[in-house]
Design a binder for this molecule. Structure first.
Ligand SMILES: *Cc1c(COP(=O)(O)O)cnc(C)c1O
Length: 435
């Protein structure tokens, strides 16, 4: 449970090095959040550029001296101003749709550093990506290999491919791994991989260049990564012994962040361990790729919201805020936890009480936090933490709610990177039936 009343003055919030109370006022970098809420309205996403770059720097330190490419998994937060930060820092991008490809190019990203993941690429998306000249397709099934080869051949091109292999890391020891197991839709089975690689190598329209895996998300322990690396390196040995050289190994993303007393390894510490294993097994010279999403942006963002009403009840007290499941979908989708803290600690005469923090959307599933101890009054602002990843990129217009505005803070500078969506914006693609 967060207990903001105990926060020391000028203390960064746990896991959020660039979000701190200064003299009881919550800041992102050098900017007071109450001023931003006043100036721009709520709900409002505020991102710290320094937090993103410092999360990226941890990976860059981990890969110092190595041949490595970091591809930001942009589905975590695909706003142009966020992509621009990573493009300017030299990142590549992991995309999962033609729309994401257009966003990377619009943000100034380098097409050659794009990898295209996902189980359901359409032929139109394949053509679009081949035309742009992306770096690699991460292919997820045998059927997709055949289709991609056909599309590339028709364009007189060879598509660079890597095959996503499912390392099937033991679910009993790591039940939280949700995508690296046999019974899910992602990747090809470990035992089929060699045969499928042989098939890929035989196709005219393909050039096999790598292998990849992505074992899950919000992983807070190094062990599943180490296990997956062992399984992938076994396959690399077998595939190369079959005469198919692999220029790169892509270990996916999935490193977790601190939402609620979570203690994921730091990216550089994790990679120290993984690179030691890679070296020990004789693959230290291979080009490495990774696809981190959440760990680059999750704790760089907060969502500011205003308390609309307090509604005491016999069973529950409700704190009704102006942000909802359409802005912050993770609690309703995954029962996920976001810490919720006041924007101003002082001058608050309210009694502490336990609330379910809920939004205005007409669904019982529209909750943001349960059983939270807060000292709040209507009209005050709260900050929902860890809101940089899988919030705005998953936001919807349910209840014809406009999507929130987004700000990028850089030191004491504030940049509007997305204006608040209006009802007019939402209706623009629609028309009444004539007559
Ligand atoms: C979602 C995804 C990622 C990023 O996952 P995070 O948990 O946000 O790091 C990387 N690779 C693939 C293929 C993905 O689907």
């Amino acid at each position: 449970m967060n207990n903001p009343a105990n926060q020391a003055a000028s203390a960064a919030l746990p896991g959020h090095p660039f979000v701190a109370y200064r003299h009881d006022a919550l800041h992102v970098e050098d900017v007071a959040l109450s001023a931003l809420a006043q100036a721009h309205g709520t709900p409002l996403f505020v991102y710290s550029k320094a937090a993103m770059l410092s999360a990226l720097a941890a990976y860059q330190r981990g890969f110092a001296g190595r041949h490595a490419q970091i591809c930001y998994a942009m589905k975590a937060n695909s706003s142009l101003g966020v992509l621009q930060v990573f493009a300017q820092a030299g990142c590549g991008f992991d995309i999962v749709s033609g729309g994401e490809l257009e966003r990377v190019l619009a943000a100034g990203g380098d097409a050659q550093k794009i990898i295209f993941s996902g189980v359901g690429k359409t032929q139109a998306e394949m053509r679009q990506a081949l035309t742009a000249g992306i770096g690699c397709f991460n292919v997820e099934s045998e059927a997709e290999l055949d289709v991609l080869s056909g599309v590339a051949s028709a364009m007189k091109l060879r598509a660079p491919v890597s095959i996503r292999v499912n390392p099937n890391v033991d679910p009993k020891t790591h039940p939280y791994i949700s995508t690296g197991l046999k019974d899910n839709k992602f990747g090809v089975a470990h035992e089929d991989a060699l045969r499928i690689y042989r098939h890929a190598a035989s196709l005219q329209g393909l050039q096999v260049i790598g292998i990849d895996c992505h074992i899950g998300s919000q992983i807070t322990d190094a062990t599943p990564y180490l296990d997956a690396m062992d399984r992938i390196l076994d396959l690399v040995a077998a595939i190369e012994a079959a005469g198919i050289p692999l220029a790169h190994i892509d270990f996916g993303g999935g490193l977790g962040i601190n939402y609620n007393h979570d203690t994921p390894p730091a990216a550089d510490a994790l990679w120290r361990q993984l690179l030691a294993k890679l070296d020990a097994r004789g693959y230290g010279d291979k080009k490495l790729m990774i696809e981190p999403g959440r760990s680059l942006v999750g704790n760089a963002g907060v969502c500011l919201t205003e308390v609309l009403y307090l509604k005491p009840g016999e069973q529950k007290n409700f704190c009704i805020i102006d942000a909802a499941m359409n802005d912050l979908p993770r609690p309703s989708l995954y029962q996920a936890f976001h810490a919720i803290v006041p924007v101003a600690l002082q001058g608050n005469q309210a009694m502490a009480a336990t609330y379910d923090v809920v939004g205005p959307v007409c669904e019982s599933g529209d909750w943001i936090g349960r059983d939270r101890v807060l000292r709040v009054a209507a009209g005050e602002h709260l900050a929902v933490l860890s809101a940089g990843a899988y919030c705005m990129s998953m936001a919807s217009n349910y209840n014809t709610r406009g999507r929130a505005a987004e700000l990028l803070v850089d030191g004491s500078q504030v940049h509007l990177i997305r204006r608040r969506e209006t009802a007019q914006d939402q209706m623009r693609q629609e028309q009444l039936v004539a007559g």
